[in-house]
Design a protein around this ligand. Sequence first.
Ligand SMILES: Nc1ncnc2c1ncn2[C@@H]1O[C@H](COP(=O)(O)OP(=O)(O)OP(=O)(O)O)[C@@H](O)[C@H]1O
Ligand SMILES: [Mg+2]
Length: 340
Amino acid sequence: MAPLLQVKDLTVRFDTADGTVQAVSGVSYDLAPGETLAVVGESGSGKSVHVLAMLGLIPKPPGRIAGGQALFEGRDLLAMSERELRSLRGGAIGMIFQDPMSALNPVLSVGYQITESLRTHMKLSKKAAMARAVELLDLVGISEPQRRVVHYPHQFSGGMRQRAMIAIGIACEPRLLIADEPTTALDVTVQAQILDLVRRLRKQLGMAMIWITHDMGVVAGIADTVQVMYGGRVQERGPARQVFRDTRSAYTWGLLQSLPDHDAPPSAGVASARRLVQIPGYPPDMMNPPPGDPFAPRNPFATERCHSEVPPLVQAPGASPGHMVAAWYDLRTARAGAAA
Ligand SMILES: Nc1ncnc2c1ncn2[C@@H]1O[C@H](COP(=O)(O)OP(=O)(O)OP(=O)(O)O)[C@@H](O)[C@H]1O
Ligand SMILES: [Mg+2]
């Protein structure tokens, strides 16, 4: 099956008064239609910037696409005009962001905000769009949608606003839904409900997803594939199960070790309790990243080469097909050596 999205060597920089931030460096991956990719990593690892850059949503300047391609259904998003991008965003590519209070317009009713995208992208009449907005609110589990549709964001609870954001994100039945920490601000019960909802919608609509999260429980609950980022680079990527069971990157291993009960692989539906805690050391200064593997200074298994040369992302030896790692060390031997 032809990929829906092909990211090739995506590189993003921010030129600031203090220097150039190397936010995203050489990120490449394919996403198949219907596939869910979870992107994880500590704060500042380039998760948000890499998707915002594809959507044409980083401020330029200081932001700049320093290289690469992002082919969505064969067309390069990075080479598109603002007009072309606008017609994709909210249409074929839906988006849900972390903070619905800032993403929703406080002076427009929720219904109006849903109908806006239906009218722009699907050319629905005002009446048809309003009927569809009510259906969508119902679909995302908002009770009395008929009455709620005319309410303003401040009349909604946090969980309801997040549901409204999802309704906007999926309104035009996108082929790709990009979600950036959409459940982080919600309590565990609401998070679980939202994840259930998203799983159901994904099945119903057959959409692919890129899901950015700090939460390994969320990853285990929804991801086909997981991609671990650090210092603007991909450290490891593969089928979610394989990455949890046959971890090959010391950084991924550190993330999993730092989970409350790391003996069992993260399981579906267990949110929040598995939020990542700190790995010893500090994330790299992205204006002056280390010359080699960005994780090397914090990696107990780093070899000399890790400190001087960036490892390419390659098929992990002996791992399942598509399980990739960027490492000069072999985690299995290193861990066995450390245990001995
Ligand atoms: N407008 C900007 N100007 C300068 N630097 C920026 C800008 N936006 C992002 N960056 C930098 O780009 C890097 C990647 O940031 P990004 O927001 O992608 O991290 P993230 O992985 O999404 O983190 P978080 O988990 O905290 O959301 C960081 O070093 C960040 O400081
Ligand atoms: Mg982010």
